[in-house]
Design a protein around this ligand. Sequence first.
Ligand SMILES: CC(C)(COP(=O)(O)OP(=O)(O)OC[C@H]1O[C@@H](n2cnc3c(N)ncnc32)[C@H](O)[C@@H]1OP(=O)(O)O)[C@@H](O)C(=O)NCCC(=O)NCCS
Length: 174
Amino acid sequence: MPLVRAATRDDAGDLARIHVETWHAAYPGIVPDSLLATMTLDTAVERWRTALPLLSPNHCLVAVEAGEDAAGDVTGFVRCGPSRDEGAAGTTGEVFSLYVHPASWAGGHGRSLLDAATGLLAGEGFTDATLWVLAANDRAQRFYRRCGWHPDGRTKRHHRDGAVLVEAGYRRQL
Ligand SMILES: CC(C)(COP(=O)(O)OP(=O)(O)OC[C@H]1O[C@@H](n2cnc3c(N)ncnc32)[C@H](O)[C@@H]1OP(=O)(O)O)[C@@H](O)C(=O)NCCC(=O)NCCS
């Protein structure tokens, strides 16, 4: 099984690579090509270098390939924290994003990251958690249901770089 640890500033390059390569593997046909084209390594590295120092400690976790090398390859990441939804209870946490590099799909990395994020939120006193997933992302929704999450009936339209994305809300007790 992979190891999960807190992300450090030194992970920016790996996080950007995983973010971009996972988008290009998972999202054709799910998000418009014009939006996929904006997801480039240079832009992502810049964004992660800026974002990482600003994130609360432990609210960005990475999975690392378990092995003899303690500094093994980073295979995925999860970000979580208090819910960002308007009107959400203070006891509701949120999983903001979860990405596993396609080379490591179906190897337990996604589940390990999600378990670590929900464990962290529970330890901080959150009693339930929500997340948003693209309505057309069937694979991720199957994955979340297998991990104990369920659709909560909410949908929202999200505008990004000229594209309109529809997202579905999921929830679980912690
Ligand atoms: C969704 C994602 C995070 C899952 O990560 P993963 O490492 O492949 O998942 P795991 O190997 O931990 O799988 C966990 C469970 O889901 C199941 N699963 C994995 N791939 C699946 C698939 N394609 N369809 C259905 N179930 C699947 C596994 O069988 C496993 O169940 P089990 O533990 O009961 O056997 C990963 O595929 C990904 O990064 N996708 C692209 C980005 C994305 O969609 N992120 C979510 C956006 S909100």
